[in-house]
Design a protein around this ligand. Structure first.
Ligand code: ZN
Length: 188
């Protein structure tokens, strides 16, 4: 394990219960029930469609556009429609996280503002609680704790491969496995 000098996942330590995020658990249940997971990879576009279909008065649309390089995405309300824009020039794993993050804003914060614009995310920063929650939401949606724990229990202990399995960035997966109480060590 730990080929090519990747970090490896080792001994589990403490485990903290995840923060309760509005609407996340039922959404994950629906995603499971509706076949939105291919292996451990969530079809985030399908989830957006599902969420939109369940909120006919506030439909949600997804657009891939060119944005400022520092901007990952946005969520805006215009003429009866919520639109998630994602910077199509960023890599696919970042795009997926961005979509999940904006979906989090839609689910949790759309009564607070009609416009959210997001730059590159640093999940460990807790300065802005709304952004922190949206990142938590995205993390839980794309990397459900149970699935990540199962993947590790099944023997997948390489961070890069875990990230690939869930189609998320290694940085996002690193934070996740640390949150779950697994220690990482350099394998060089
Ligand atoms: Zn945000």
């Amino acid at each position: 394990m730990g080929a090519r000098g990747n970090r490896t996942v080792t001994t589990p330590t403490a485990y903290e219960e995840p923060v309760l995020l509005t609407g996340l658990k039922p959404l994950l249940d629906q995603a499971e029930a509706n076949g939105c997971f291919n292996g451990d990879q969530l079809d985030i576009e399908k989830v957006v469609e599902y969420v939109s279909s369940t909120n006919p008065t506030e439909p949600l649309r997804l657009e891939y556009v060119v944005m400022e390089p520092a901007t990952s995405g946005s969520l805006t309300y215009k003429e009866g429609v919520w639109v998630i824009k994602v910077n199509k020039q960023q890599n696919i794993r970042r795009q997926r996280f961005t979509i999940a993050h904006e979906l989090g804003h839609y689910m949790m914060h759309r009564n607070k503002s009609e416009s959210f614009t997001d730059e590159v995310f640093f999940r460990t920063e807790k300065k802005d609680i709304i952004e922190y929650r949206a990142n938590e939401f995205a993390s839980q949606l794309l990397m459900p704790d149970l699935r990540v724990r199962k993947a590790i229990a099944d023997g997948e202990r390489n961070l890069g491969k875990l990230a690939e399995r869930f189609n998320v960035s290694s940085a996002a997966m690193k934070v996740k496995v640390q949150e779950l109480g697994f220690k990482l060590k350099q394998n060089e």
